[in-house]
Design a protein around this ligand. Structure first.
Ligand SMILES: N[C@@H](CCC[C@H](N)C(=O)O)C(=O)O
Length: 279
């Protein structure tokens, strides 16, 4: 399935068991476009004691992420269409916390999903980012490769470093993405986003994802970008922002009660059986 071209192979663990030690190698193998299926990683849909359904996400390199915005919308679509849940609003457990999803139907099929992504976490220790644990990181000078750019850091259950640029075409994504994602100032690595703000309700967005590299879209990243824009006075709370990603648009709102809302498409590409020999 994919959300705006951010594609994962989804495995339904409601009737199937996978050993923990096999998960990282399986993610690497299914994601390989030459010898596997080809995707940005692997997502497990599993029974949960804390929510109506559970989700785990593994990046292309086998590392586990704690949250995935595009994945949440796809899990919501799958859970509703397969009858795992029977109501249009339900909860999903992630390693970054529980969220609430609402599916929007065309006929019997889920077309769009709105997710209450919860509250962003802004203190350095929550990102995590080195420095004073209680401080926020807003437009902080970030020396890198003999230049200094300004970073705003936001956690949406997973870490994001946001850099505002004058034009998205000139964003140094391929040059700085792979360097910043493993910069030692972010002890757990970071998802790197470049953002051009068009106006208070529209922005362009490009991402280098931790563990996967350039992807067409990142849902948690788009939420983090809107939060970062508001923290920098470039957008406003309560007003929906249209975020243009490489794979399409997401609609994000940071409410006065501090919850972040994400709305966008979720699509199924194919279903099938993956022949896997793990030597
Ligand atoms: N594509 C995702 C985020 C996936 C996890 C991320 N790479 C991480 O390691 O934190 C999204 O849509 O949010």
């Amino acid at each position: 399935m994919h959300g705006l071209g951010n594609s994962y192979i989804y495995i339904d663990l409601f009737s199937f068991h996978l050993e923990e030690s096999k998960l990282a190698p399986l993610a690497i193998d299914v994601a390989n476009v030459n010898t596997g299926i080809g995707s940005d990683g692997l997502i497990l849909i599993h029974p949960s004691e804390k929510a109506d359904v559970g989700m785990r996400i593994f990046n292309k390199d086998g590392s586990e992420g704690k949250n995935c915005g595009n994945g949440l919308r796809c899990v919501a679509k799958y859970a509703y269409e397969q009858g795992i849940v029977t109501t249009k609003t339900f909860t999903i457990e992630t390693k970054g916390g529980n969220v609430t999803a609402e599916v929007h139907l065309i006929g019997e099929c889920v077309d769009e999903v709105t997710v209450d992504m919860g509250e962003p976490q802004l203190r350095r220790e929550q990102i995590p980012m080195l420095g004073n644990p209680n401080e926020r990181v807003i437009a902080e000078p970030f020396p890198i490769e003999e230049q200094s750019i300004e970073v705003t850091a936001v956690s949406m259950g997973n870490p994001h470093a946001i850099f505002f640029v004058p034009t998205i075409e000139q964003a140094p994504l391929s040059k700085l993405g792979p360097v910043i994602t493993s910069d030692q100032r972010f002890p757990e690595g970071v998802n790197v986003e470049f953002v051009e703000v068009v106006n208070k309700q529209e922005m362009h967005f490009r991402v280098w994802e931790r563990g996967s590299g350039i992807t067409q879209a990142c849902g948690t990243g788009a939420c983090a970008a809107v939060v970062a824009a508001i923290l920098n006075g470039l957008a406003e709370k309560e007003k929906e922002v249209c975020v243009h990603l490489s794979g399409g648009d997401l609609f994000i709102k940071w409410s006065k009660d501090s919850h972040v809302w994400m709305r966008g498409k979720a699509e199924t590409t194919a279903t099938g059986v993956f022949e896997w020999t793990n030597e």
